[in-house]
Design a protein around this ligand. Structure first.
Ligand code: VGL
Ligand code: ZN
Length: 203
């Protein structure tokens, strides 16, 4: 069954937001247009408690976008973003949400970051998304949302590992950094995922 996964289409990742992805809002008309073509539409939501360990402000002398070691893992220190129950964590007002059947929240553990919609960055805890999708009979997953080089990329990697057929719809995503996105795409293709433009969708 064909399923659309909308990753983190939240205010803080849009222009003007705390961790803005350039042109992030430009994906919204396409994301809305695509939804009715899918039998199942799911969204993820980055949902951090205040003082989350991924925020530069949670570390003494922490600088935004610097990479540190956090419990043995590389961690980019981000601006404070997607804090639970703030406007920045809300879906963008232009995102059509009436067809979204379920929302999976991630990044809720204060001590560990979670880019993927499936697992935290240390793969300690699952969000339950794999089980949900399997129980629903979802086999082909199509990905849109933000950011292409972080949460979209990490979600696709986990989904491929979980045995799903995965396709990234390129014009339905934007990256924080173009060069990281180019590397991510190469890795997705190498692992057996597909990268297409929406005009090449055959349904
Ligand atoms: C994201 C960095 C930190 C994302 C979330 O949604 O791509 N990036 N938290
Ligand atoms: Zn985050």
């Amino acid at each position: 069954m064909r399923t659309l996964l909308i990753i983190d289409a939240q205010n803080d990742f849009m222009p003007g937001g705390a961790l803005a992805v350039p042109e992030g809002d430009e994906i919204l008309p396409l994301v809305n247009e695509l939804q009715p073509k899918f039998e199942l539409v799911i969204a993820t939501q980055d949902w951090h408690p205040a003082g989350h360990a991924s925020f530069a402000s949670s570390h003494e002398n922490g600088k935004e976008f610097e990479v540190i070691k956090l419990d043995g893992l590389d961690q980019v220190l981000w601006p404070e973003h997607c804090v639970q129950n703030t406007r920045g964590a809300d879906f963008h007002p232009k995102l059509e949400t009436s067809g979204i059947e379920a929302i999976f929240r991630k990044g809720t553990n204060p001590k560990i970051d979670s880019y993927s919609g499936f697992y935290d960055n240390a793969h300690l805890k699952s969000t339950g998304l794999t089980g949900y999708l399997k129980e629903k009979g979802a086999t082909e997953l199509y990905f849109v949302g933000l950011a292409a080089d972080y949460c979209v990329y990490f979600s696709i990697k986990d989904a491929l590992d979980e045995g799903f057929d995965c396709t990234l719809i390129e014009d339905g995503t934007r990256a924080l950094k173009a060069e990281d996105y180019e590397k991510a795409k190469i890795d997705i293709l190498r692992k057996g995922g597909k990268v297409i433009r929406s005009t090449n969708l055959k349904f």
